[in-house]
Write a protein that binds this ligand. Structure first.
Ligand code: HEC
Length: 423
């Protein structure tokens, strides 16, 4: 608040605090009126005089006061409209992203994205955003919450909630002038006009208040820390389940469960005759089976691009699913093999993938081994479920094989010197 109209010095009104001088600045003028008709008439005058930074105070709502004060319509509805529109957009984008892009989940053959199914959530979010923006916007536009107003310093003003009517004109108004504003208010029918002053700076809160808040803040962190610990520390009993979500559901476990609800008594249903599940259409046996007719592919299918990313993916899958038996280098010395040897279990040793016969296998045959297993080796097609992942594993095996049979000519020229200089 800036004021050029006058400052003065007063001692604090609190008897208990030390009487140190507090500088006061002019806040504005307060005019008192006897009834609401006089208030409305006076408002019109102040409005017509061109004041902008002023307000009327009354114990009850007064009809026509808005127009008398020249208050234009609130911008709140426009704000709410845009927030509501934001809610609509959030509902649309969120559901489209979740259901159609990030986690497409097929339910009864319905499209991943269609408007009708998503309307309830879109509607809800529109209402939610509008309602919240209405409440929050109302507070913000009104400058609330406001615990203190310099007008409270006026004894007279206390009757604003009882039987008196007031107009306050703030010193921050460009037209404000102590004398002319006072005479305007008096001529508008004010029963009394008084100046209201306020401290120029807010007084610092007491020490105790600050300390109490600091301590409460620290205490408030304790429950959060306890929850964090309860959620993350290892324990040997089942966790307290407060929010169930869909963590434990009744279901027909296992593929062969019985369900009397169906005529054939099987829980698992057969696919509808003559249909293909989404994403399951197999039209390219070269890609999906590694063969054309009964001939194994000898080169990778055209739509598999061998690049760094594919080899890295292949390595990742290989080291999870194959290395336990075949070893990280493919020589057949995985951890499982080690343990089986230690314990003298009579089992078929995993093949050394660098053996001549495996090296000469067509890539289609290797693909088939990954997908369907071979002789005593179980199939890994369920674990490595996508075609591209299986081909990635095959590509990685080829890279492993190559790595064990490198010739001097394979060393890149810039590395050759390094190799020759080794002692
Ligand atoms: C549980 C241990 C085990 C795991 C895991 C395993 N294999 Fe094997 N693998 C074997 C055994 C045992 C053989 C030899 C089977 C036989 O001769 O009866 C074999 C043989 C092979 C062969 C040689 C087949 C041929 O042409 O004769 C290849 C290639 C192969 N595995 C690749 C893989 C790949 C790729 C993976 C990972 C997806 C994998 N294996 C995971 C145990 C395993």
């Amino acid at each position: 608040m800036s004021s050029t109209t006058g400052t003065m010095t007063a001692t604090s009104a609190h008897p208990k605090t030390h009487a140190k001088p507090v500088s006061m600045v002019l806040h504005g003028l307060l005019a008192e009126f006897d009834d609401d008709h006089k208030l409305v008439a006076a408002c019109k005058k102040v409005r017509d005089a061109g004041y902008t930074d002023w307000d009327a105070h009354s114990p009850f709502p007064v009809h026509g006061i808005d127009r008398a004060m020249g208050i234009s319509m609130t911008k709140l509805p426009i704000f709410i409209f845009f927030c509501g529109a934001l809610g609509t957009a959030t509902g649309v984008i969120m559901q489209w992203w979740m259901n159609a892009v990030d986690y497409p989940f097929l339910i009864s053959g319905k499209p991943f994205w269609s408007l009708p199914a998503n309307i309830p959530v879109i509607f809800e979010l529109t209402i939610l955003f509008s309602a919240l923006s209405a409440v929050i916007g109302m507070f913000a536009f009104n400058g609330l919450p406001r615990h203190y107003n310099p007008l409270f310093r006026s004894e007279r003003f206390k009757r604003a909630t009882d039987d008196r009517f007031f107009i306050s004109v703030l010193a921050s108004d460009p037209r404000f002038n102590l004398n002319s504003t006072r005479s305007l208010l008096e001529s508008a029918g004010a029963a009394a006009v008084e100046r209201v002053d306020d401290t120029s700076e807010s007084e610092a809160p007491p020490r105790l208040f600050i300390w109490a808040h600091a301590i409460l803040l620290c205490l408030a962190l304790i429950p959060i820390a306890m929850i964090y610990r309860a959620r993350n520390a290892p324990i040997d009993y089942p966790r307290l389940h407060v929010i169930f979500d869909m963590d434990n559901q009744e279901k027909y476990a296992g593929k062969q469960a019985a369900n009397p609800a169906f005529v054939d008594g099987r829980a698992m249903r057969l696919p509808v005759a003559g249909t293909v599940a989404r994403g399951m259409l197999r039209q390219d046996p070269a890609l999906t089976d590694g063969r054309v007719g009964d001939r194994w592919l000898t080169v990778f299918p055209a739509n598999v691009t061998i690049d760094d990313a594919l080899l890295k993916r292949g390595q990742n899958r290989y080291e999870i699913f194959c290395a336990p038996c075949h070893g990280f280098d493919g020589s057949g010395n995985g951890r499982v093999t080690d343990v089986a040897r230690e314990r003298g279990l009579g089992w078929v040793e995993p093949k050394n993938l660098h053996d001549e016969d495996v090296r000469l296998r067509p890539v289609g045959h290797l693909y088939n081994t990954v997908k369907n297993g071979i002789r005593t080796m179980p199939p890994y097609g369920d674990q490595i479920s996508g075609e591209s992942d299986r081909w990635a594993v095959v590509a990685y095996i080829k890279a492993l094989q190559r790595s064990q049979r490198a010739a001097p000519g394979d060393v890149p020229t810039e590395k050759k010197d390094e190799l020759n200089n080794r002692k």
